[in-house]
Structures are given as C-alpha cells and as structure tokens.
Design a protein around this ligand. Structure first.
Ligand code: DGY
Length: 380
C-alpha cells in the first residue's frame, strides 16, 4: 500500500469528512469547516486505490467526498458505514461509479452535483462537434508540424453543419442545452431520442421556428425519434447525452455505427462505455469521412489501441465540466450535500441549485440521488 499526503483542515472539528482530491475554490471547505467538520484532503493526483481510501476512512469517518474515477461499491461503502459514515458526495453529476442500491441499504445518502455543469458541458460538446466537422485538431497538427505550404482548394475539407440535422441521444439537462445551442446558433433541425417526451425542448424549437418564420427565414424543426435507429439514419451529427447503466452500455456498437451516415459526426461527452470503442476504431478506419469527437473513454484513462492514432477521431481528457466556475460550484454542491445529511437537513426539491452558491445558502441538500437512505438513517 502506498501512503499519500493528506492535509487536515479544521483539526478540532467534531465530525470527520475525507475528500479524496483537492477541489477548486474555497467555499466547499468553508462549508464543511463551518459545519464543525475536520476535513482530511488527499493532495495527490493519481487515482486512490480501494486500500488507500479504506485507510483514509480509518476508524471514524462521518462522510466522504469522492471522485468518478473511484469505485464506491458495496464493500467500500460498507467500510464507510463501519466508520460511522452517513453521507457520500460524488464530485460529479454522473454516479455510475457508485453502488447506489448498496448505499441505500446501508443508510448512506449519496449526493451528486447537477445543475452547474449544464451549459459548461454543452459548450464543450459544441466545441467537439465543430472540432470534428472542421477537422480542427488534424489540420492544426499539420500546421504546427510545418507541413503547410500554401492554400489549396481541397485542403482539409470538412462538413458544413448549418441547417443540417442534429441527433441528440438523451434529452436531459445537458442534451437539451446542447440541442438549444446548435438549433439556435446553426439553425439545425433536431431529432432526439429519449424515453420521455421533452415538452420544454419541443416548445422551444417550435417557438424559435415561429420566430424565424416571422422573419421570413425557414423554420427549424424538432421531432422525437421513435427508435434510436431512426435517429442514427437521419442525423448528420449524433451527440450522446445518455446516462451509463446496463441498458446503455455499448449503445453505439458496430451495428449502430453502420446505420449512421458515412460522413456523420459522433460526439460523446457523457460516459465512454456508451460506445464500443473497438467497433468505433474499426468503423473510423474503414470510413475516413466519418468523424468521432470524444471527451470520455470506455476504459479511461486507458485508451483503446488505435483510437487516438486515427485522424478522424478527436479526443479530450474528460474535460466536459472543466471550467473554473463549474468545478468550484461542483465542489460547493458536493460539500453542501454532505453537510446537509450530517445536519439532518431536507433535500432541496427545485432543479435550480444556484441558491447554494450564494453567501447564505439554504439549509438543505442540493441533490441526493437516494433520499430513501435518509429515511433509514433517521430510523436508526
Ligand atoms: C460528471 O460530473 O459526471 C462529469 O463527467 C464530470 O465532468
């Protein structure tokens, strides 16, 4: 076992919370210390092993704030419970790394951080879309490697997205915001695929279409696809915003890739395992006009061989939420979730979590994914 440096804040605190990575900003630490917590923060960039987290939990730990790179399974949650833990805050909106059922059974409330990543992640998905469409990375490398010898009529031809068809898979907060950005900005028609009808998104596109028509411009259109296959066949850009679970793992496999247009653009800023990467590598090899833009990877940080060698795949190191504002806000929400559970406060019911970033935040937990666990805590 390796021992890494842990920094203790507010050593006299009556409760103890561990935080497995240094988080940006100061508000999160102030919230925890202000709630009477001693806070032990790991000052190490590598992903902590289960043993290292277990050791950090020690004999007494009321709460933990962890990362999407750590597997908070039943065994680790059991260790937290054994040390008196009642709250686990995931420093992410996604929580596929947490065994929520096990946490609920143990009476550990699991928090996440929705509502502050929406625009930031959608913006990155837009950046990825255009990076792929206009071959930005490939052509920039060409330039910086000194291979640009003059303007040419056919140098790095890409795809025009103006008024083409956008396919959004998963019309939750981020998918909706991304769709709005591309519909408004580039007048793309929208096809979305989601278990639920998104009335607000449909109304937005309808009203925006009417606005354009009122100006003598062609209206934009929106349709909910009856099947994923239908969306894949029609869309020029397919952007994935679904959550990862057993039903969505390898949602995009060889068969589905074959259903897409030969010059389509596939964007993934959600979770890597939505795509069968081996199939993607083979597809991109066979279809040089097909482009993929990925912020997340199936086995990240390990990359499927061939993936980043292909000129038609653009990759980023999981940066969807990486703006200063969002990462600081995520830290505040993660800490607020833990503080609220330890103080026995209720769960916030509005999707608007911005009041938690204000100087006098509500006495509530911004987002608990298993509020049933709170019932089992108060019952003990
Ligand atoms: C999340 O919060 O789930 C994101 O993937 C982090 O960028």
């Amino acid at each position: 076992m390796t021992f890494h440096e842990w920094i203790t804040h507010n050593p006299g605190g009556k409760k103890r919370v561990i935080v497995t990575k240094c988080l940006p900003g100061a508000a999160w630490l102030e919230a925890l210390a202000g709630a009477g917590c001693r806070v032990d923060v790991c000052d190490w960039d590598e992903t902590l092993s289960r043993d290292e987290i277990t050791r950090a939990i020690g004999e007494r730990c009321d709460g933990a704030i962890g990362q999407l790179t750590e597997r908070w399974d039943a065994a680790l949650l059991g260790v937290l419970k054994g040390a008196g833990g009642r709250a686990y805050g995931n420093y992410a909106v996604g929580y596929d790394n947490v065994d929520v059922d096990a946490a609920t059974a143990l009476g550990i409330a699991v928090g996440n951080t929705p509502g502050v990543l929406t625009e930031t992640t959608a913006e990155l998905a837009v950046a990825l879309t255009f990076a792929a469409a206009r071959r930005v990375v490939e052509s920039s490398r060409f330039l910086t490697e000194g291979r640009f010898t003059g303007w040419l009529p056919s140098l790095f031809l890409g795809e025009r997205l103006w008024r083409e068809t956008l396919g959004v898979v998963g019309a939750g907060r981020i998918g909706t915001m991304y769709a709005r950005m591309l519909v408004e900005g580039f007048k793309m028609d929208l096809v979305y695929y989601d278990r639920h009808v998104n009335d607000q998104l449909e109304a937005f596109v309808r009203e925006y279409g009417a606005f354009l028509a009122g100006r003598g411009e062609e209206a934009v259109k929106c349709r909910r696809a009856a099947s994923l296959e239908e969306l894949l066949r029609e869309a020029d850009v397919v952007s994935l915003h679904a959550t990862l679970d057993e039903s969505t793992s390898h949602l995009i496999d060889a068969t589905r890739l074959a259903q897409m247009k030969k010059n389509a653009i596939l964007v993934n800023s959600s979770r890597g395992a939505l795509i069968d990467e081996q199939a993607l590598v083979e597809h991109c090899r066979r279809h040089p006009t097909f482009h993929a833009a990925l912020d997340v990877f199936e086995h990240e940080p390990w990359l499927t061989p061939g993936l980043v060698d292909l000129p038609n795949i653009v990759g980023l190191p999981h940066l969807g939420s990486a703006t200063r504002w969002t990462r600081e806000a995520m830290a505040t929400l993660a800490a607020s979730n833990v503080v609220a559970v330890l103080n026995g406060w209720p769960v916030w019911t509005s999707p608007d979590v911005l009041p938690f970033l204000a100087p006098e935040p509500p006495n509530a937990a911004p987002s608990i994914v298993n509020p049933a666990a709170l019932g089992s805590i108060s019952a003990t």
